[in-house]
Write a protein that binds this ligand. Structure first.
Ligand SMILES: Nc1ncnc2c1ncn2[C@@H]1O[C@H](COP(=O)(O)OP(=O)(O)O)[C@@H](O)[C@H]1O
Ligand code: SF4
Ligand SMILES: [Mg+2]
Length: 379
């Protein structure tokens, strides 16, 4: 820990929770020196541990007077997972299940109300302002609509150069130009010289998203959170952008958290999938395994409606009844029970915990516990 930054000592239980995964953190605030010397342990770049992000609901003055209970939108409600260095991890689920909030919490654009996010073993919530500034060079985000996230009055060169300037990362014009040209080329806008002095409105939607990707990779980040990056693009160019991300993962070693409501996109691009429902992960595992062998009824329903190339292939489409429930009033027991085609009476009472299916594959459903007891979970 550096001596020049404010120190606070976490409670012993808290400290234990924080030290275990990374091994180097010794409590208190995390300084820029801690960040500079931290390293990946066992291939794990991030460990998300019991993360909660609750948003308070602002009640009317009268309601606040008569009600003793404070209400919250439980956007992320106790989530744990790891992000391995160099992988593409997809977060998949219906709109409103908490995907964006997780992405924002990872970048600490949103503060966690519970749990921890550990980057190379260091708790993000204890970063000082200076550490946070350094961290944000390493953790980037790109959004659904590239037009909204870039300044239409800047040239492509200025857009991609800006993060280098803001972070004081280049010592000469020449170095700046080299890095900008490299990032634009790597984002597939080739030759970069043809794009440098154009404006966003002169480019297609796909090309604009490539500019946003160049604006992220120019900083040489460890991770990019891509929040529905192809949702606003024409279907015909989606695959090109997805291919670019896979390419960058392989060539530049960038780790991606890929956020999508569309499981078929996650299937195409990701190494692992985490399926989310109402603030929780209900199933997680290697992509091929989860798609071929889904265990949670919600995942099964999402997979049943993915279009398949063979129109004669017989498949039963599971259409879920009802809307996603409200994260203010989460159903008792298994939160999916009001919509679950496989629910039994006990699902209203018992909150499922993770069942190990095999390898990296876990799913949270009490019926899998029954199946495990009879030796059937992996079948
Ligand atoms: N700043 C906020 N204040 C209050 N509620 C929020 C805020 N951000 C998100 N929410 C709510 O949290 C839930 C999860 O939102 P979000 O993470 O955006 O879901 P997703 O990205 O999966 O669509 C939604 O009910 C949303 O309305
Ligand atoms: S615990 Fe019950 S309601 Fe929840 S997914 Fe399993 S079967 Fe469905
Ligand atoms: Mg979202």
């Amino acid at each position: 820990m550096a001596g020049d930054e404010q120190h606070t000592t976490p409670a012993p239980a808290d400290r234990r929770a924080l030290t275990e995964p990374g091994g180097t953190y010794d409590g208190g605030r995390v300084s820029t020196e801690d960040l500079a010397t931290a390293d990946v342990t066992d291939g794990v770049l991030f460990e998300i541990d019991g993360l909660e992000v609750y948003f308070p609901i602002h009640q009317t003055f009268f309601k606040a007077l008569v009600s003793t209970e404070k209400k919250y939108v439980k956007a992320v409600d106790g989530i744990s997972f790891k992000v391995k260095q160099g992988e593409i991890l997809a977060l998949v689920g219906e709109s409103g299940c908490g995907k964006t909030t997780i992405g924002r919490a990872v970048l600490r654009l949103e503060d966690a109300t519970g749990g921890h996010i550990l980057y190379k073993g260091l708790p993000v919530e204890r970063f000082t302002q200076r550490t946070l500034r350094e961290y944000r060079k390493k953790a980037q985000i790109i959004f659904q609509d590239p037009y909204n996230s870039i300044n239409p009055k800047q040239t492509i060169y200025d857009i991609v150069a800006e993060p280098l300037e803001v972070n004081d990362l280049v010592s000469s014009e020449r170095e700046k130009e080299e890095r900008v040209v490299k990032a634009i080329n790597e984002a597939g806008l080739r030759p970069a010289q043809e794009y440098l002095y154009r404006y966003p409105h002169e480019l297609s939607g796909g090309q604009r998203q490539r500019v946003c990707i160049a604006g992220a990779t120019v900083l040489d980040p460890d991770i990019i959170v891509a929040d529905e990056p192809v949702a606003s693009l024409d279907v015909s160019i989606r695959n090109d952008i997805l291919k670019l991300m896979v390419d960058q993962k392989e060539k530049l070693g960038v780790t991606y958290i890929f956020i999508t409501h569309d499981l078929s996109l996650a299937w195409v691009i990701s190494d692992r999938i985490a399926v989310m429902y109402l603030g929780r992960i209900v199933e997680i595992g290697d992509t091929e395994e989860v798609v071929a062998n889904p265990k949670h009824p919600y995942t099964k329903a999402l997979i049943s409606v993915i279009p398949v190339p063979d129109p004669l292939a017989k498949r039963e489409h599971v259409i879920l009844q009802g809307e996603t429930p409200n994260p203010v009033d989460i159903p008792s027991g298994c939160r999916f029970h009001p919509r679950c085609p496989e629910a039994i009476e006990a699902c209203k009472e018992i909150e499922p915990s993770d069942v190990h299916i095999g390898g990296n594959h876990y799913a949270a459903c009490i019926r899998l516990t029954e199946a495990a007891a009879t030796g059937d979970a992996a079948g």
